[in-house]
Design a protein around this ligand. Structure first.
Ligand code: HEM
Length: 419
C-alpha cells in the first residue's frame, strides 16, 4: 500500500530495475572501497558530535586553575564527558582505518590493472580523494592544540613555506599568518569541518557515478561466461538484496571493530601531551606522513639549489619535490601502462612481472623511507640509511621480477600475460 503510493509518485520500480539489480563482484578485495566509504560516514557522524563541543580559538581560558588555549580546554572537557573520550577515539581510529583502506584499495586497483581504459578517470578521482583525505587528517591534527598538535603542524607549516615561488603566500593562506597565529585554528577548523568534507562528498559521489557508468572490472576467469551471455554483463550478486545485506553487515562489523579499538587503545591522549610550551619535544607524525618525514631526514642540511628565482631548500626537496614526484608517478600510471581497447577484466598480478615488481619496489621504498623517520632511535647515519633505502628498493624490484618471470616461464601463466 505505502510502496504503491510512493511508486506512483517516484517510479521506484524503474529505479529498482535500473540500479538495484546491478551485479556486484563477490571477491572480498572489492570491499576495501566500501570500508573507506563507511569510515567516512562514521567520521561525519562522530565529527558532528565533536563539532558541538569544540571551541576553535586559542584565547586563554581557565582549566583546573591553569590558563590554557580554549581549543585545548574544550577537548579536555570532551574527554571528561560520558562517552566523550570514546567518540573522540572512534573519530581518530576511523580516520586511520579510512586512510589504510584507501591505500589498500589503491593497491588492489594497481596490482590487478583495474586502472586501465576506460577507468583512468576514476583512478585520477581516486588520487584526488587520497590527497583530500590526507588534507583532512592534517587539518584535524592541529585542532586539539596540544603540544603534539602544534609540533606536528609546524612541520607542515615549514614545508608549505618552502614551496618555491609561492611559499610565503601559500603558508599565509593556509595558516592565516605566521604559524602559530591566532587565526590558524579557526582557519584549520573551517577547512576541516567545511571545505574538506564537502570536497570528499563531491569526489566520492563522482567516483561512484563513474563506477556505475563503467561497471566493475571482473576476474579474467569470468570472461567466457560473460561473453557467452552476449555483451558486457557482470557476474556477481545483485545490489538488492544480497549486496545491500553484505554492505550493512560490513558497516556494523567495522563499527564494532572501531568501538573495540577505541575502548582499549588510547589515541592522541592530549592530557598526556599537555598544552603547547616553548620546549619542542621530538614527535613523529602518524604512519601515513612518515615516508615524507623520513625522506626529510635523509636530505643533507646544506643541499639546496635555485631555478628561475625559486629556491629549493632541504624542506622543499623532501616535503614538496619528493611527494610531488610520487604523485606524478601515480597520475602517470594509467597513461604509461595504456591499452587501446577497453579492458573490463582484471589481471592476475602474478602474470604481470613488470608492473607487479615495480609496485613491490614502490612499497619497499615507502617502507624504507618510513623507517628513515626512526634513524635517531636506530642510530643510523642519514648517508648510510640513504644507501640502505636504495639497496632494499633495488633488491625488492630485482628479486620479485626474477621470481615472477620464473613463475610465468614455469607454464603457470594465463593467456594474457604481459611482461
Ligand atoms: C575516499 C576514498 C575512496 C572511496 C570511498 C572509494 C570507493 C570505491 C568503491 C566503493 C568502489 C567499488 C568497489 C571496489 O571496486 O573496490 C571503488 C572502485 C574504484 N576505485 Fe575507489 N574509492 C576511494 C579511493 C580510490 C583511490 C585512491 C583510487 C586510485 C587511485 C580509486 C580508484 C578506483 C577505481 C579505478 C575503481 C574501479 C575498480 C574496478 O572496477 O575494479 N579509488 N571505489
Amino acid at each position: 500500500m505505502i510502496s504503491k503510493w510512493f511508486d506512483e509518485r517516484l517510479e521506484l520500480k524503474k529505479f529498482k530495475e535500473k540500479f538495484l539489480t546491478k551485479a556486484f563482484p563477490t571477491h572480498p578485495t572489492f570491499l576495501f572501497g566500501e570500508i573507506a566509504l563507511f569510515s567516512f560516514i562514521t567520521l561525519v557522524i562522530t565529527g558532528i558530535f565533536l563539532g558541538f563541543l569544540y571551541e576553535p580559538s586559542i584565547d586563554k581560558v581557565s582549566l583546573f586553575g591553569a590558563m590554557v588555549p580554549a581549543a585545548y580546554a574544550s577537548v579536555v572537557r570532551i574527554d571528561l564527558l560520558p562517552l566523550g573520550m570514546i567518540i573522540r577515539r572512534i573519530h581518530h581510529w576511523s580516520a586511520m582505518i579510512m586512510i589504510a583502506a584507501i591505500v589498500t584499495h589503491l593497491g588492489r586497483i594497481y596490482f590487478t590493472s583495474a586502472y586501465r581504459k576506460p577507468r583512468e578517470i576514476n583512478w585520477l578521482i581516486g588520487l584526488a580523494l587520497l590527497a583530500v583525505t590526507l588534507g583532512a587528517a592534517l587539518t584535524g591534527y592541529l585542532l586539539p592544540y596540544s603540544q603534539f598538535s602544534v609540533t606536528a603542524t609546524s612541520i607542515a607549516y615549514y614545508i608549505s613555506k618552502s614551496v618555491p615561488w609561492i611559499g610565503g603566500w601559500l603558508s599565509r593562506l593556509l595558516f592565516a599568518g605566521e604559524f602559530p597565529a591566532a587565526g590558524t585554528v579557526p582557519r584549520f577548523f573551517f577547512l576541516h569541518v567545511m571545505l574538506v568534507p564537502l570536497a570528499l562528498l563531491g569526489l566520492i559521489g563522482l567516483h561512484l557515478l563513474v563506477l556505475v557508468k563503467h561497471k566493475h572490472t571482473e576476474p579474467a576467469a569470468n570472461r567466457k561466461r560473460t561473453d557467452a551471455r552476449g555483451g558486457r554483463r557482470l557476474i556477481g550478486i545483485p545490489v538488492w538484496p544480497e549486496q545491500s545485506f553484505i554492505s550493512v553487515s560490513l558497516f556494523f562489523f567495522l563499527l564494532s571493530v572501531v568501538v573495540l579499538m577505541a575502548t582499549y587503545i588510547p589515541l592522541n591522549p592530549i592530557e598526556a601531551y599537555g598544552p603547547p610550551s616553548p620546549a619542542t619535544p621530538v614527535m613523529r607524525p602518524d604512519w601515513y606522513f612518515l615516508p615524507i618525514y623520513g625522506f626529510l631526514k635523509l636530505i643533507p642540511g646544506n643541499l639546496s639549489f635555485s631555478i628561475a628565482g625559486g629556491k629549493f631548500t632541504p624542506e622543499a626537496i623532501g616535503g614538496v619535490l619528493f611527494p610531488g614526484l610520487l604523485a606524478l608517478i601515480l597520475v602517470a600510471i594509467p597513461f604509461l601502462d595504456r591499452v587501446s581497447t577497453p579492458r573490463n577484466y582484471i589481471e592476475n598480478p602474478l602474470h604481470r612481472p613488470v608492473m607487479t615488481s615495480l609496485g613491490i619496489a614502490g612499497g619497499a621504498f615507502l617502507f624504507m623511507t618510513t623507517l628513515s623517520g626512526y634513524i635517531d632511535v636506530l642510530h643510523i647515519a642519514p648517508s648510510s640509511m640513504a644507501i640502505y633505502v636504495l639497496v632494499v628498493t633495488a633488491a625488492a624490484w630485482g628479486i620479485s621480477y626474477l621470481l615472477l618471470r620464473l613463475y610465468c616461464r614455469a607454464g603457470k601463466k594465463g593467456d594474457h600475460v604481459k611482461t
